[in-house]
Write a protein that binds this ligand. Structure first.
Ligand code: FAD
Ligand code: DLZ
Ligand code: SF4
Length: 516
């Protein structure tokens, strides 16, 4: 009797643990295209197309490597539409003696898998996903050994563990762990930026694009110009291109935003990484090699490697540590519905309109657009964290709950009460003005404090500070902010608050059917 090895849509790595230590002759690999995964939230069209195209390409790769693959297409007759239904049908077809699967990325899916053994009376082996550098258990042990969850200390552990950018006597290269002081430069006017390599759709991708256009016309986002890497081979090309063309300036301009420039020096590798087309270790080793050979400076290599062995691993550990409660967290007791411009992009706030345009057209926005524009606005406006989390899960091609939820609930909304971030990532117009060129052509005036022509981020920021005074006044990292607030004359404070109130009253809530 055979072993059934389901491979999920974000487990597209040849070296996946479930295919290790088994003979190909004993295994049937099951890959399932199912309606529920595309619609439990109504994912961006581009994300669905990316996952299905990458799955179909990966099935061909597996077959070429000698594996037997039972592949269920989305429109196959009898497709039950969900993972558990497809396992039931596969159990009928193959009568396996065992199911062997790598742990999934999402709590929701883990619950399905945990039901299979009893439901089908078959042993189900759930293996660690060792594509991550830190296991769930290892993160839990680290977290238990500390009173807090400061990412910087986790990151140092990961540097020691991997030996990346370490000297032979166990010290960080350059003498410090984190070179962010050299980063965060503002954009330079007139500069030209590199573009990530674009992959034209082949026959498989074209067929998938057609299927998605017909089947999910009402989902958010554009399919035109689809150019993601959908195979490991293409993803490796994208990585090499990034290291050569963008990594040298990655650190310096990590937080910059420029109108019409969708990637700047960012890698655009998260969709491929999260699918498994690239492994985190191969990505960070490539960056470390580029530093060692003198192709990129230390601040760039360190900044980039930190995002992957630091933040990426950390948020995954945090997710499994804090779920399921964290999904409902709402420390700031925010109740507002998501404004409709998150879907339409129709707002005079140019920074927001640009970020939504990038999101709609590419299924992408870079980190500062996500954190300091889209996330920041939602937090300042008091949007319910679960509404903005749903939006983030729908709209990005790299969004899976294990990475999306901690970033939204913890990092961008402070909804976990500071478990992840030591202070809220809140900023007014002056921050966006410093890091972007948007304010120069925006219809709002970033220098005006309040009133109809003033940048809304200004009043919203001070309104947020005032609204949450009880919560944040004693936070040492916010002492300067409250000192400034205290120095303002009462009329100015009242004007800020009135201006915010007027602006918030004009927001139009989005219809719920964009999400479910
Ligand atoms: P780069 O800037 O080139 O960074 C390199 C890599 O580092 C990324 O590919 C990614 O794998 C990793 N990385 C960087 N920052 C983070 C982070 N905070 N958490 C985890 N990994 C990180 N990332 C996702 O992969 N999926 C999401 O759904 C997602 N949602 C986010 C929501 C919010 C509110 C915020 C603030 C951040 C979110 N991020 C998410 C993290 C980050 O914004 C994206 O990983 C990044 O923008 C992807 O683009 P890139 O590949 O060009 O990244
Ligand atoms: C995101 C996604 C989509 C849209 N479709 C599928 C699918 O049809 N089959 C599949 O195996 N996976 C899909 N995925 C990815 C899953 O949602 C992902 O594997 C789980 O959320 C676990 O992280
Ligand atoms: Fe955004 Fe305000 Fe600048 Fe306009 S002026 S781009 S709304 S920060």
């Amino acid at each position: 009797m055979t072993i059934l090895v389901p491979i999920l849509g974000d487990q597209l790595s040849l070296d996946i643990a479930s295919l290790r230590d088994v003979a190909a002759a004993d295994v049937v690999i099951l890959m399932m295209e199912v309606e529920e995964e595309a619609t439990y939230v109504r994912h961006h069209k581009r994300k669905i197309a990316l996952v299905l195209s990458a799955m179909r390409h990966f099935a061909d790769t597996l077959r070429a490597a000698g594996w037997t693959v039972d592949y269920v297409n989305l429109d196959a007759p009898g497709n039950s539409g969900c993972f558990t239904g497809e396992i039931a049908r596969a159990v009928e077809r193959h009568r396996p003696r065992q199911i062997r699967i790598v742990e999934p990325g999402e709590w929701r899916v883990r619950k399905f898998i945990e039901s299979w053994s009893e439901r089908f009376s078959i042993p189900v082996e759930i293996l660690d996903d060792d594509r991550f550098l830190c296991s769930i258990l290892e993160f839990q042990t680290w977290a238990q050994s500390r009173g807090d969850l400061v990412m910087e200390f986790f990151y140092r552990e990961m540097r020691r563990k991997t030996g990346l950018l370490m000297t032979s006597d166990g010290k960080p290269q350059g003498g410090v762990w984190n070179l962010d002081k050299e980063n965060r430069q503002r954009p330079i006017p007139g500069k030209t930026y590199p573009k990530p390599v674009q992959f034209a759709p082949d026959a498989i991708t074209s067929e998938v694009l057609e299927l998605i256009a017909t089947r999910y016309p009402g989902h958010f986002g554009n399919l035109e110009g689809f150019a993601f890497p959908v195979t490991a081979q293409d993803a490796k090309r994208a990585l090499a291109h990034f290291i050569r063309t963008a990594l040298p300036d990655f650190g310096a301009f990590q937080d910059a935003m420029v109108t019409g420039e969708d990637w700047l020096y960012h890698s655009w590798l998260s969709p491929a990484l999260n699918l498994g087309l690239l492994t985190p270790i191969e990505v960070v080793q490539a960056a470390a090699r580029a530093f060692e050979s003198g192709e990129v400076p230390l601040n760039a290599a360190e900044g980039f490697i930190r995002q992957i062995i630091g933040w990426r691993e950390y948020v995954r550990g945090y997710y499994w540590l804090e779920m399921p409660e964290v999904a409902d967290a709402n420390y700031l007791m925010a109740t507002r519905s998501l404004p409709d411009f998150y879907w339409t992009g129709e707002t005079d706030m140019l920074c927001v309109a640009e970020a939504v345009r990038n999101t709609r057209d590419n299924g992408y926005a870079h980190h500062i657009q996500r954190l300091m524009v889209l996330g920041n606005f939602a937090m300042l406006a008091g949007v319910r964290p679960q509404d903005i989390a749903d939006w983030f899960l729908v709209v990005y091609a790299d969004a899976y709950e294990w990475v999306e939820l901690p970033n939204v609930i913890g990092m961008s909304q402070y909804a976990d009460g500071g478990r992840l971030a030591t202070k809220p990532y809140a900023g007014g117009g002056s921050y966006i003005n410093r890091m972007s060129d948007h304010c120069r052509t925006c219809r709002y005036d970033v220098k005006q404090k309040f009133g109809a022509a003033a940048c809304p981020f200004n009043a919203l920021y001070w309104d947020f500070v005032a609204r949450h005074e009880q919560r944040f006044r004693r936070n040492r990292r916010m002492a300067n902010i409250y000192a400034t607030w205290d120095r303002m004359v009462p009329d100015v404070r009242a004007d800020y608050r009135r201006s915010a109130e007027r602006f918030l009253a004009g927001l139009v809530p989005a219809p719920a059917n964009w999400v479910r």
